[in-house]
Design a protein around this ligand. Structure first.
Ligand code: HEC
Length: 163
């Protein structure tokens, strides 16, 4: 191969690389934007849900025995969930379906049900805190499941199906 051919090939490869790289970059930024694109109440409620999810994960590890059980920590997490449950309704103003929300319009068609679920969330979380204090592990696990059921119950009816 002479030098010219080599140069030509390198040039070609470089262009292809640049093109692929650019495309990848575009794709990544679109994906990132899709998620961070949330604003206003949608963003606030997504963040609320995320923080509640984080507490649930921490508690799950303890009640399932993957982490040492720390009753104070369970109580703390449960209290946080209970207190945040009081903020949920205000973050779902009528027909707030701005992208990239996963909320379903059924929320406003069946508002009393939705509202009731936020109250149950609070009650079950408070109950979890009490069970942590009492220290019966089996009861604690049962109450954790009851709380988890409120989460999934609401998601089933009022949140887009997750792929
Ligand atoms: C009263 C109904 C309701 C209850 C109860 C509820 N959620 Fe949600 N949750 C929703 C809705 C609606 C969305 C979608 C919000 C949106 O995208 O605008 C959601 C979204 C989420 C998300 C995704 C957040 C994101 O980043 O987009 C997580 C995680 C989550 N919920 C966890 C939980 C956990 C854990 C519990 C229970 C401790 C719980 N939720 C209880 C209604 C509920």
């Amino acid at each position: 191969m002479n030098r010219e051919t080599i140069e030509m090939l390198t040039e070609k490869r470089f262009h292809r690389w640049r093109w692929t790289g650019g495309l990848l970059l575009l794709l990544c930024s679109t994906l990132i934007m899709a998620h961070s694109g949330a604003s206003g109440v949608v963003k606030q409620r997504m963040e609320l849900m995320k923080s509640v999810g984080k507490e649930m994960k921490t508690i799950a590890a303890m009640v399932k025995g993957e982490q040492p059980l720390d009753a104070a920590k369970v109580r703390e997490g449960a209290a946080l969930i209970a207190s945040r449950s009081g903020e949920v309704e205000a973050l779902f103003p009528r027909d707030s379906l701005m992208q990239p929300t996963e909320a379903l319009p059924a929320i406003w068609d069946r508002w009393p049900e939705f509202s009731e679920l936020t109250q149950r969330l609070q009650q079950e979380a408070e109950q979890l805190g009490r069970k942590a204090e009492e220290g019966d592990r089996r009861e604690l696990l049962r109450q954790f499941a009851a709380l988890g059921k409120v989460c999934s119950g609401c998601h089933t009816d009022f949140r887009k199906k997750q792929e």
